[in-house]
Design a protein around this ligand. Structure first.
Ligand code: 8YV
Length: 325
């Protein structure tokens, strides 16, 4: 008699190659229409499931966690960030949680550079001028932006993605400053200046790149007081989580001209972003595309599957187990 495959719920419509492997190895409950689950619907959908493959934004909070059926043993999130999963509440239910580190480092760092360059070089205004038929031709003073090469870049959060941003910025001969919970060893620091207190770094930042995860300590960390410490004309780039920024404060500084521009891929409460962003010509905005390459999204899915398979099929610990901090 063949053993029944464990049932796994995919909360979102994942890339075809990922869903094909999920369906081959598990009794997969897919979501081809990509309907968003709220907490009660998620609880209902996990009936009989041993695992959940979820994504950022799914409501895997303490309330949902408390209502999940006893059959659920692992939640594998298709993301490196896991602020949407209450890992402490999962531990209380004896549910393992895994994420997908490493595989999206390069794609996200690439988008950080796109945001940096897009903001500094006024890409939004340029493309809008052209596409609305308002380009009258080259002019000596047209769309002059901020020079990137040789400037100072401060990185908040020097994990894998922060380090990959630094590597790219070095190609622009930027001077790197960073703040991180722990100082990196010289081989990884590569001459960057460490600031034990992130506030002390701000006055050195022509550009500030946010690469820190969303935690209670980083919630609205970029606030009015800290923005005021950035040099006039600085540029803020956020490819981590929108909640790390106080939107009101950032928008006010972009309107007042204290900040020259911002390049933003992630928003608090996305997709319902702060209305103030829409009118800002000096904001280069992207709809959370950091990891959106075919290669990366497949790799993220395969990593989530590696974790599900290790745990549910081989009885091993998931290789990317995350713990409550
Ligand atoms: C993902 C991300 O696309 O992995 C992360 O933490 O921010 C994104 O790149 C998204 O979160 C998918 O769940």
């Amino acid at each position: 008699m063949t053993k029944r495959k464990p049932r796994v719920l995919a909360t979102r419509h994942f890339p075809p190659a990922v869903e094909a492997r999920l369906a081959a190895n598990f009794d997969a409950v897919l979501n081809p229409e990509d309907r968003l689950y709220d907490g009660p619907a998620l609880i209902k959908a996990t009936e009989g499931c041993a695992g959940i493959m979820c994504a950022a934004g799914d409501p895997l909070n303490a309330e949902t966690m408390a209502g999940l059926p006893a059959s659920v043993r692992i939640i594998a999130t298709f993301s490196v960030g896991y602020e949407h999963v209450d890992v402490g509440a999962a531990a209380k239910r004896n549910i393992a949680v895994s994420n997908t580190p490493d595989v999206l480092t390069d794609a996200t760092a690439d988008i950080a550079l796109l945001c940096m360059l897009g903001a500094a070089r006024r890409a939004h205004e340029g493309t809008t001028m052209l596409r609305t038929h308002n380009w009258v031709g080259w002019e000596p003073t047209q769309l002059m932006g901020t020079h990137v090469t040789g400037k100072r870049l401060g990185i908040l959060g020097m994990g894998r993605i922060g380090q990959a941003v630094a590597d790219r910025a070095r190609a622009f001969r930027m001077t790197i400053h960073y703040s991180n919970r722990t100082r990196l060893p010289p081989g990884l620091e590569k001459g960057a200046t460490f600031h034990a207190n992130a506030d002390d770094m701000l006055r050195h930042c022509d550009f500030l790149s946010i690469n820190a995860p969303m935690t209670p300590a980083t919630r609205k960390w970029v606030n009015a007081e800290r923005i005021a410490k950035l040099p006039k004309g600085a540029i803020v780039v956020n490819t981590a989580r929108g909640g790390v920024v106080d939107d009101e404060a950032l928008i006010a500084a972009l309107n007042s001209g204290h900040l020259a521009a911002a390049g933003i891929d992630v928003f608090d409460g996305e997709p319902k972003i702060h209305q103030g962003y829409y009118g800002l010509q000096n904001a280069f905005l992207l709809p959370h595309m950091g990891s959106a390459t075919t290669e990366t999204r497949n790799a993220m899915g395969f990593k989530a599957l590696d974790n599900l398979e290790a745990f549910l099929l081989k009885g091993e610990l998931p290789p990317d187990l995350v713990k409550a901090s």
